[in-house]
Design a protein around this ligand. Structure first.
Ligand SMILES: Cc1cc2nc3c(=O)[nH]c(=O)nc-3n(C[C@H](O)[C@H](O)[C@H](O)COP(=O)(O)OP(=O)(O)OC[C@H]3O[C@@H](n4cnc5c(N)ncnc54)[C@H](O)[C@@H]3O)c2cc1C
Length: 350
């Protein structure tokens, strides 16, 4: 069997790139080892125009957000499923500094993207300083999106379960042979997330990865349908059940939930939620952050039959559709990659 593209990894990066290549009429095979602890399987999928303590405007928001909305909506139509929820998000001020930061930015860079919040339920939230609303916000139910795509791909023989190591790949003059799958691909694309140092071609790219822990909680009486941000976030998933998180830690980089992580999230939730809650579940994974947190994509400069799409960091849901489109165009010979995200930059930085 011959394919144009073999994609290793069916997380947000690999899945979204597969669609963009299929839409361009290319043949694709996507494989995943289905370990269950990948970043995409744990992610909350939140998308907001303003983020962080400094209430900074999200990088390239005006390009990325419309792209993400159009892409996920079109996948919902194609797959007959619902996994992209566009809904305003509410951010509560932690302190006077945040409030002042908001005042400074709301009339400038964030004009049209934020507005004062008028509907903060005082029986639910302890928010003496108030907050602001972000009308253009969304939540991608990432596991549901990935499962729906996997079912669709599998039915069309575009997906297989496999754990491929670099030893399984034999580079030839015209592509890559993969005896374990009995296939030959013109190009193999590595979409493996945080899996540092395990391939001889891109394995030396330096990650600045961050482990994140996340809880699932039940909050009886909390009829909230917006995502609430206050240092951490509280995201409704239905029937008084919410995801809440996430922590950022850098040692050790594994997917084990910890007692410290759980205690931190619980205490930060109690800092603003007046209602009692019960913890139902607890997960952890590693965000594939590379260097400054920008995506990294492109063909290998010496082995053009190998390509890389990674570095989606903590914003994979927003970044994946735009950059998968840009990358697919490039891989098909009809477009350029922005220099700031080109894999050459990450490789030259070594
Ligand atoms: C706690 C937490 C909260 C987050 N919250 C958000 C959020 O609110 N919003 C947001 O946009 N982003 C969020 N993120 C970040 C987001 O999850 C990532 O940006 C995104 O999931 C990265 O996707 P990826 O496909 O690059 O990597 P991954 O999801 O890690 O996917 C890589 C895939 O490759 C497969 N793989 C690896 N090696 C092999 C191999 N050798 N053979 C076969 N398969 C292989 C793995 O099984 C995996 O499925 C969060 C992440 C975490 C951990």
């Amino acid at each position: 069997m011959r394919v144009d593209f073999l994609i290793i990894g069916q997380g947000l990066a690999g899945t979204t790139l597969a669609w963009r290549l299929l839409q361009r009429g290319r043949s694709v095979l996507i494989v995943d080892r289905e370990s269950g602890h990948s970043s995409s399987r744990i992610a909350a999928g939140l998308i907001t125009p303003a983020t962080g303590k400094r209430i900074a405007k999200s990088w390239r928001w005006a390009d990325l957000f419309p792209h993400a909305v159009a892409f996920y909506r079109s996948r919902e139509s194609e797959l007959g499923d619902r996994f992209f929820h566009q809904r305003p998000a509410l951010r509560l001020f932690i302190d006077a500094q945040e409030q002042a930061e908001y005042q400074r930015r709301s009339g400038g860079l964030l004009l049209g993207l934020v507005e004062p919040a008028t509907d903060i339920n005082a029986e639910w939230y302890d928010a003496p300083l108030g907050g602001f609303s972000m009308p253009d916000a969304a939540r991608l139910d990432v596991p549901r999106y990935l499962d729906a795509c996997r079912t669709y791909f599998r039915a069309r023989d575009v997906y297989r379960t496999a754990d491929l190591s670099p030893h399984d790949l034999e580079l030839t003059a015209t592509g890559v042979r993969v005896p374990a799958l009995s296939i030959e691909a013109q190009t193999v694309v590595f979409c493996r997330g945080f899996d540092a140092g395990t391939d001889p071609w891109f394995g030396s790219i330096k990650f600045n990865a961050a482990k994140g822990e996340i809880l699932t909680v039940r909050v009886p009486g909390l009829a909230e349908n917006r995502v609430i941000h206050r240092g951490i976030w509280l995201a409704p998933i239905g029937d008084e059940v919410f995801r809440v998180g996430a922590t950022y830690t850098w040692e050790p980089l594994d997917s084990h939930p910890t007692a410290e992580g759980r205690a931190e999230i619980e205490s930060r939730l109690r800092a603003f939620l007046r209602l009692p809650f019960e913890v139902l579940d607890h997960h952890a994974a590693v965000r594939p952050v590379i260097d400054a947190g920008l995506p990294v994509l492109g063909r290998h400069p010496e082995y053009p039959q190998l390509a890389y799409f990674n570095g989606l960091g903590s914003k994979g849901s927003l970044l994946a559709p735009f950059f998968a489109d840009q990358f697919a165009a490039h891989l098909c010979g009809t477009g350029e990659i922005d220099p700031e995200v080109n894999v050459r930059k990450a490789l030259h930085r070594l």
